[in-house]
Structures are given as C-alpha cells and as structure tokens.
Design a protein around this ligand. Structure first.
Ligand code: NAG
Ligand code: NAG
Ligand code: NAG
Length: 166
C-alpha cells in the first residue's frame, strides 16, 4: 500500500511506547515527519512520530504555499495536539507521573530521557498556556515565527517533498 511508504512501524525494537499513561498516547504513528507518501491530499491527517518529543502527533492542511517557486501545501499541528487535558482529554495520557498534568504547550519528557528533568515546549510557548508566556521573560509567541509547519509538494516523492520546515 503506497500510503504506508516511509511509515514507522517499529521504534527501538518495540511497536509502542511505554512512557505515557494511555495506550493512545503510547502509539507510534506515521512517519518521522521528514517524508510522507506521495500524492498528499488537503483533507488528510498526516501522522508522524517525533523522537525529540517522544510522542506521535499529527498535522492538518492549512494553506497553499509557494516555496522557492515550488507549490506546496502547508500542514501544521492544530492547537489540540499540544492542548491541556481539559481541552483535549486524550492528552491526559501525557500527564506523567499519572495525574500530574502540565498546561497546554508543554510536555514532560522525563520518562523517555532516563528520568532527566526535561520539559519540552513549543517555541516561545506558541499556543501554550498564557501563564508560561508571562512567567518567562522575553517570550513573544507569533504564528509566523513560531508555528511548526511542514510544507509539502503533494506529488513529488520521498525526501524531496519537504520544501521547508520551521
Ligand atoms: C495515533 O493514531 C490513532 C489513529 O490511528 C489516533 O487515534 C491516536 O490518537 C494517535 N496517537 C497520537 C499520540 O497521536
Ligand atoms: C479527500 O480528497 C480526495 C481528493 O481531493 C478525495 O478523493 C477523497 O475522497 C477525500 N477523502 C475524504 C475522506 O474526504
Ligand atoms: C486548559 O486550557 C484552557 C484554554 O486555554 C483553559 O481555559 C483551562 O483553564 C486550562 N485547564 C487547565 C486545567 O489548566
């Protein structure tokens, strides 16, 4: 099935993660975000697994773009992906240890970094809980600069499809 091109099935000799507290959050979905199957349509949900973030996420079509003269579709993760568990109950599985929930836009990756106290955030706490933006000096989240986006030429296959990545 060409739609499964580049899809990650195994990561570290396991087909699911065990860092998070729900089966859904422990799923390894899609590709590594560097490439996708050919012939992408605007209505697709692009699943990807980020080894930096230690989790799967997805991106949705946002707009048509032209990068260096090459037409493409811009896909980006909607705010629900990194939202708190009130807004997106499925994200309760990313509260670790179980029940210790942080706000929107931040992720405690300690379980997948040998227990090191590391919390990942979106750049400048873009789409994160306003309290983080207030609490850290100099944060000025702006969509144009801090949104995570993947621009994909919908037809060209393999590694050439990524035109730019912020
Ligand atoms: C993984 O994909 C399934 C759909 O196949 C989805 O229900 C689940 O929420 C995804 N997990 C993550 C962490 O994105
Ligand atoms: C997505 O769009 C393609 C072509 O634009 C269409 O063939 C397909 O049926 C659509 N799929 C869904 C789930 O809407
Ligand atoms: C989750 O986010 C929403 C929207 O930003 C906010 O209103 C709500 O208070 C947050 N919930 C928690 C538990 O932080």
């Amino acid at each position: 099935n060409f739609n499964d091109l580049i899809v990650i099935v195994f990561f570290c000799v396991c087909s699911k993660l065990d860092w998070w507290t729900s089966d859904e959050c422990n799923m390894i979905n899609g590709t590594n975000g560097g490439s996708f199957h050919p012939v992408i349509t605007k209505n697709e949900t692009l699943y990807m697994f980020s080894s930096d973030l230690c989790r799967s996420l997805y991106a949705l079509y946002e707009e048509d773009v032209t990068v260096k003269g090459i037409p493409g579709y811009r896909f980006s993760p909607p705010s629900e992906v990194f939202a708190n568990q009130t807004v997106n109950p499925a994200n309760a599985g990313f509260c670790v240890p179980a029940g210790n929930c942080l706000g929107s836009g931040v992720l405690n990756v300690s379980p997948c970094k040998q227990g090191a106290p590391i919390v990942m955030s979106t750049p400048h706490f873009y789409q994160a809980d306003e309290k983080y933006v207030q609490d850290v000096f100099g944060m000025r989240p702006k969509k144009e600069q801090h949104q995570t986006a993947i621009d994909i030429n919908p037809v060209i296959i393999s590694t050439l499809i990524i035109l730019s990545r912020q």
